[in-house]
Design a protein around this ligand. Sequence first.
Ligand SMILES: *[C@@H]1O[C@H](CO)[C@@H](O)[C@H](O)[C@H]1NC(C)=O
Ligand SMILES: *[C@@H]1O[C@H](CO)[C@@H](O)[C@H](O)[C@H]1NC(C)=O
Ligand SMILES: *[C@@H]1O[C@H](CO)[C@@H](O)[C@H](O)[C@H]1NC(C)=O
Length: 810
Amino acid sequence: MGSVERRKTLWIWYIAVLCSFHLSAAQISYSIFEEVDKGAFVGNIAKDLNINVQALESRGLRIVSAQSKRYFDVNMKTGVLYVSDRIDREELCPNVAKCALNIEAILNSPMHLQRIEVNILDINDNAPSFLEKSLDLSIPESSIPGERYPLPIANDADLGPNSVKSYKLSQNEHFSLDVQSEGEQGISAELVLQKALDREKQNVIQLTLTAVDGGKPLRSGTMLISVNVIDANDNMPTFSKPLYKVRIPENAPFGTTVIKLDAIDLDEGINGEIVYSLIGRGNRNPSEVFLIDSTTGEITVNGSFDYEENTAYEVRAQATDKGSPPRSTHCKVLVEVIDVNDNAPEISVMSLMSPVKEDSSIGATVASVTITDKDGGKNGLARLDITNSVPFKLKSSYKNYYSLLVNDALDRESISQYNITITATDEGTPSLSSTSVITIQVSDVNDNPPHFPEPVINVYVKENSQTGVVISTVSAFDPDVGDNAKISYSIIDTSHRNNLVTTFVSINSDNGDIHSLQSFNFEEMKMFEFKVQATDSGVPPLSSNATVNVFILDENDNSPRILPPYSEHGSVNTENIPYSADAGYFVAKIRAIDADSGYNALLSYHISEPKGNSLFRIGTSSGEIRTKRRMSDNDLKTHPLVVLVRDSGEPLLSASVSIDVVVVETMDDIKIPFRHVPLEQNFSHLNLYLLIAIVSVSVIFVLSLISLIAVKCHRTDGSFSRYSAPVITTHPDGSWSYTKSSQQYDVCFSSDTLKSDVMVFPAPFPPADAELISNNGWDTLNRTQTPPDKEKVRNPAIKMDLTYNCILHS
Ligand SMILES: *[C@@H]1O[C@H](CO)[C@@H](O)[C@H](O)[C@H]1NC(C)=O
Ligand SMILES: *[C@@H]1O[C@H](CO)[C@@H](O)[C@H](O)[C@H]1NC(C)=O
Ligand SMILES: *[C@@H]1O[C@H](CO)[C@@H](O)[C@H](O)[C@H]1NC(C)=O
């Protein structure tokens, strides 16, 4: 109710009281409850004024009121005052304890004004009410129990007992109500915190405050109280687990998610905003490998794992809220690294016995090898094998340890070095392998004796050669090395026909050079033999032998020598021939010998004086002097002849003899003993002996050469042609030749010496000027050219032909 309206009402009421005081002596008072029904009885005016009811109408009774509203009326017939309109005490006199309506009953004739006071009695027709229907309270959750929060007061328009008498709070566990009465004025209430709040449990608490009056029936009014619990950073973040376990392969790439941490903070706002981080522990900083997203808590790989280095990581993570002060929690993340077959097995040779002796027994250990694989499980199990073909094998001593053993005989001379390829393969998928090469040197053992390429070495030495020259060099080969192949040469088996060979030759023990110690005389010694031995310097030393045949080659160092009865030039020999001698009469036979052999001993006879002699001829090879024709009277009685005997050597050597042929008249003058006239075309005894000698010598020679041929056939090594054995060929007519190193040699016999010597020398082409002379049935090649010496024959420019000749002197 507005204060202006209230003042106006008061003023009207005051005027009415004044009038009634003036106009009436007494005042009638009635009491009625407010809000009674219309027509409700208030009082009987006629009776209280002592007026006859019949007079009421005539006197014109009427009720006047200061109020604009007409609450009362009067029944003219009965004089009863009744309620004619709804009366609300709270409307009429708000906040006033005593509420009365003043009305006047006016009667005419006589004029009478009666003041009537109608007391309006209160009934409990108003409920307590709050100004606002709801109240929002914000209380921090950190508030401690006992704190008080004043509440608004409820109003009740009713009075007295009908006004607010108490407050009630809806059932709850946190708050209680403290109600205080403040005298007549009313009562107030305070909210008292009984139990600490927890926003995280209940962030809004709805309460109902009820104000109750004391009327009958009770009336009440309510107000909703919303308690908003204000967050405090009273909760630390919490991880869903205190320990997270995760497995990750060691080859996980950069950026792979390891795990996503999930911490929650029950607080709200920044108190509940979580920041994740990793905590370094000791000197191992997990951020070298892991990275955490501070807002999502996702841990990713930011490095590389190596199972072989770390099989697991223990990472500590922290979740911190943004409250003030911030609160944080830790958790452990155990990251187990799963092995991936990323390491090839490694081979290490622990001990190596190289070089290995070539006579090492089978099963001897030469090396020990281990394999290591950093991977775990199957990935770390490896096997070792030899992958090439070598006479070695591997034996597993125990897990991952192997011995390399000799598995077959070794021979340094065949293979001196082995590269053994060993491969280790693990059992991972895919499997990895590595290879290593062990080089084993095979060391020498003196298991090979020196070896001469030819068991027989033929050396040809010219007679009369210089002393001290190297006549040959022997050389043996030893396949071993070092001292085992260091050869020294010596001469053994030194006696040759009671002569010490060491007086003939010496050998340089280092290089095998054979020196002559004397000049040889072919006429004294045609050949000698000895053995050379090659010995290596191994322990024990090994040796082998070879036979050296030294053939002395003839030089033309002997002049022909005239045999008796004729003597050398200087003395005069005389032969008589009868005047009657026919042509072809045998005069004399000059015989000469030459100590040399071969062409050097091939003698030819010539009449050198007188020049242009027409009476005598001499057999070039027979030495027989015969007459060419019968004597004539013109002829001289005495013919002095000089017969020259010369050999075919180089240079030519000759001897001469003088014979005076005296022509006598009778045969008596001729000395009988010398008249052995040899028959032409007949074999002389000498020839017969010579033939026997040739045959026997041939047989011996053939036999001796066959052995060499056998060796030659046995040895197929053609590189030592210098030592190749001669080949002998026999011909249908009984003569023979032999071939050595594609050269052909003539074999000739020095018959005149009556020694069974055979001389062999190369056969060149027959010289162009050679004349073939038939003499005594033997074909004789009369050489005007000296035979080529050994060196000339070796010259390949001289073509050797199969021409052979057997030259025979008789
Ligand atoms: C992630 O790794 C890179 C390269 O190794 C490095 O530079 C970086 O600092 C790492 N990140 C963290 C947060 O450690
Ligand atoms: C072994 O290997 C070495 C070095 O690679 C090589 O010089 C040698 O010839 C090899 N030996 C064999 C027998 O293969
Ligand atoms: C070498 O000759 C010597 C002496 O004649 C002999 O004792 C030895 O057995 C021979 N050695 C060989 C290997 O022929």
